[in-house]
Design a protein around this ligand. Structure first.
Ligand SMILES: Nc1nc2c(c(=O)[nH]1)N[C@H]1C(S)=C(S)[C@@H](COP(=O)(O)OP(=O)(O)OC[C@H]3O[C@@H](n4cnc5c(=O)[nH]c(N)nc54)[C@H](O)[C@@H]3O)O[C@H]1N2
Ligand SMILES: Nc1nc2c(c(=O)[nH]1)N[C@H]1C(S)=C(S)[C@@H](COP(=O)(O)OP(=O)(O)OC[C@H]3O[C@@H](n4cnc5c(=O)[nH]c(N)nc54)[C@H](O)[C@@H]3O)O[C@H]1N2
Ligand SMILES: [Mo]
Length: 660
């Protein structure tokens, strides 16, 4: 809710009537209006005047910008074909109109024959893991955590990365639920849990099998559920039997007793909810980890009970129709992978000649910063960035187009942590000459002389199309109602029991054995796949596993230039256990290099018992150019793939830490 006086937004609050947020905003969004009016906001189209990377620009008009873009794009398409254009869309906004959920702009890219873009940077490996088992990445309604008796916060730190969920955890705790955080770091959330299991990174699949091993020893598997609702139990059971707690203790670095105890709790507590989010799957075994975790409710029968099951992302349940008009493509085109930007730009056989970045900040957020920086400096690469702020990435743009923020444009949102649709009505006029994503693409289409009518659909027309699919979850959900009420809960019943009528898998059952996984080259049943750092001996000289989760003060790299939030973040820090700090002669507060053969960044050491020996922890989100040394944590993250969907491996890299 935004209060506007004389055309200016003066106050922003959460709506206390909203059942999911109950009116609370987070540390970052509390400063949203300050951010929208910040001095460094980009207000006009810009053309580069200095060398790439210098961030030196001159102001130009929209017409000049669109002329230059049209000329360059047309020449590139004539000479190299449309596939030489890479529309690099990120998660800056998840909106269905202006952002990634609706693949904003894709109709125009299809009309131009541009390469497709696989936005796999966030949750892809886990999505697949769940898909093989349940047929969908969607699972529990996170609100139902309030009904759980045992909650496993598995590789997620909701008090930092999605604090609305915490109210439901607290409701459950008040009703006597036991909460366990499984995380190599003792996070804010772990501190408020009843128990913290400081697992060795990348070994979660083994823990899941070990817990199920105890469930079997207790004779607590739900035989009726296994018989009637699952596929392949006998085979999966054999796998579970290979992981007694003693073996799992060795793999995970957890005390055998803790595994026994939690296994017994899991065996005898219904309903049990597993909340796993994206953190756990940012490593080479991430997909397999989610696949294994998602089998737990199949064994315990938890899907029978509201408050039982696994909650990962709710986006898999969203019933909106996104029509990107693939029929506008004259012929099939290649798909380029978001997490492989350096590789993509280094490809000389089929070169990328135009990189079009929107809602993304690859120089801050994508893996292998050093190579990306080098590749983006290529003089023959025409780079356009639609942005709100002068980021690390805009510094390499040829043309920067000023973009609106949430309070200035229209959007339809769903989100990935709840079961509502939300309408975003613009509250104020855009400042300067900022344009929304949809309007920018409509103007570009006109400038290019394209006649396809669907490229000119208005925001309201697009919203109507999104709601037009006739999905049962949309019964009673109209655009009018959304605009009037602001948000509408999907028509899913309350409490929502997603698999009451079976699973959307080929067999209609929860699949321990998956023929589709086999067809994708994966094992028939979930097996433990350790991360790279858990699987291989550390290379000489780089003994520490670095994990780089969400910062409390930034949203990915968004807000990374807000002075107050930067101050609160206290600079990039790297947490080291006292043992690891002492072995390197490092003291608390000391500035250090964190490095490996991929690159290096600087940070201040925090000596802390929050991390286990062998693990170093920092956060994502710091802008490279605002950091000493000009690099952030992604300078040491390799461009490697997770086991499924080519997901990124942000929490799966070996490093060394040393004094400057
Ligand atoms: N404040 C804030 N909130 C955010 C974001 C932000 O940048 N800042 N980003 C948003 C986005 S885009 C996303 S995708 C979500 C992500 O939110 P989360 O899923 O919570 O993801 P992460 O912060 O990456 O990691 C969560 C936890 O996983 C732990 N972890 C790392 N590796 C392992 C492992 O191998 N096993 C286990 N068990 N735990 C592990 C980390 O220590 C960390 O505490 O957050 C969203 N919310
Ligand atoms: N080391 C490390 N790196 C990570 C992660 C990690 O855990 N560790 N997490 C990864 C995850 S989960 C994600 S989702 C990615 C995010 O990576 P990206 O998708 O690149 O997201 P951001 O870095 O937040 O950059 C988004 C940019 O979009 C801009 N923006 C916001 N709204 C709009 C809009 O409406 N229009 C336009 N044109 N621009 C807009 C913002 O100003 C911002 O600069 O980062 C990944 N990077
Ligand atoms: Mo994400």
């Amino acid at each position: 809710m935004v209060t506007v006086q004389d055309g200016k937004a003066t106050q922003m609050r959460g709506n206390p009537d909203n059942p999911y947020t109950r009116g609370a905003l987070c540390v970052k969004v509390n400063r949203y209006l300050e951010h929208a009016g910040a001095d460094d906001r980009i207000l006009y189209p810009l053309r580069r005047v200095g060398p790439k990377g210098s961030g030196r620009f001159e102001r130009i008009t929209w017409d000049e910008a669109l002329d230059e873009i049209s000329t360059r794009l047309t020449a590139i398409i004539d000479e190299h074909g449309g596939e030489a254009i890479w529309p690099y869309q990120g998660t800056g906004t998840l909106g269905y109109l202006q952002g990634e959920a609706g693949e904003a702009g894709r109709r125009l890219w299809n009309a131009l024959g541009a390469s497709r873009h696989d936005l796999n940077i966030c949750s892809r490996a886990g999505n697949y893991g769940l898909l093989w088992t349940n047929g969908t990445p969607g699972g529990m309604d996170p609100e139902n955590l309030a009904l759980s008796r045992l909650i496993l916060l598995w590789g997620t730190n909701p008090l930092t990365s999605g604090h609305h969920l915490w109210k439901f955890v607290q409701d459950a705790q008040k009703n006597g639920a036991y909460v366990v955080a499984i995380d190599p770091i003792r996070t804010r959330s772990a501190e408020r849990a009843d128990e913290h299991l400081p697992i060795r990174p990348g070994t979660d699949g083994a823990l899941a099998l070990g817990l199920l091993n105890v469930v079997l020893s207790e004779g607590a598997e739900d035989r009726d559920y296994l018989e009637n609702h699952t596929l392949g139990w006998d085979e999966f059971r054999e796998e579970i039997l290979k992981y007694p707690p003693s073996r799992v203790a060795e793999i995970t670095g957890l005390p055998e007793e803790s595994i026994h105890n939690l296994g017994r709790r899991l065996a005898h507590t219904r309903p049990t909810a597993i909340r796993a989010a994206q953190g756990i799957q940012r490593h080479e075994g991430g997909g397999a980890a989610l696949r294994t975790l998602s089998c737990i409710p199949g064994v315990t029968g938890d899907w029978r009970h509201p408050g039982g099951g696994i909650a990962y992302s709710t986006s898999g349940h969203m019933p909106l129709t996104v029509d990107t008009r693939p029929d506008l493509l004259a012929r099939p085109v290649r798909k380029l992978t978001m997490t492989r930007l350096a590789d993509g730009l280094e490809n000389t056989a089929e070169p990328v000649k135009c990189l079009w970045v929107y809602g993304a900040n690859p120089l801050g957020s994508s893996p292998d910063q050093v190579r990306i920086r080098r590749a983006m400096a290529r003089e023959d690469l025409f780079t356009v960035v639609m942005e709100q702020f002068p980021t690390d990435t805009t510094d390499y743009a040829d043309i920067v187009l000023p973009a609106t923020m949430q309070i200035e444009h229209m959007d339809l949102h769903a989100g990935y942590g709840h079961m509502y649709l939300l309408w975003n009505e613009p509250a104020v006029e855009p400042p300067g000459e900022c344009l929304s994503t949809t309007e920018t693409f409509r103007r570009l289409a006109r400038h290019l002389g394209l006649t396809e009518p669907s490229l000119y659909d208005s925001d309201l027309e697009l919203a109507e199309q999104l709601l037009s699919g006739g999905h049962p979850f949309l019964e009673g959900v109209t655009l009018d109602r959304l605009r009037k009420e602001g948000w509408v809960r999907l028509n899913i019943g309350d409490p929502f029991t997603p698999f009451a009528d079976g699973f959307p898998t080929p067999s209609g059952r929860l699949e321990f054995v998956s023929a589709r996984a086999v067809a994708a080259g994966l094992p028939r049943i979930p097996v433990f796949v350790p991360s790279m750092t858990a699987r291989t001996a550390a290379p000489a000289g780089y003994p520490l596993t670095l994990i780089t989760p969400a910062s409390h003060n930034f949203l990915n790299t968004i807000f990374g230039n807000n002075p107050e939030l930067l101050r609160r973040a206290k600079g990039p820090r790297v947490l080291l256990n006292a043992e690891d700090a002492a072995a390197r002669g490092l003291t608390d507060g000391q500035r250090v290099r964190v490095f490996n053969p991929t690159g290096e960044f600087m940070a201040d050491v925090e000596v802390s018992d929050k991390v286990r020996p062998g693990v170093a922890a920092t956060t994502k989100g710091h802008w490279a150019k605002l950091t000493p040394g000009g690099a952030n944590a992604n300078a040491v993250v390799g461009e490697r793939d997770a086991d499924m969907g080519r997901g990124p491996v942000y929490h799966d890299n070996f490093v060394q830490v040393a004094a400057l």
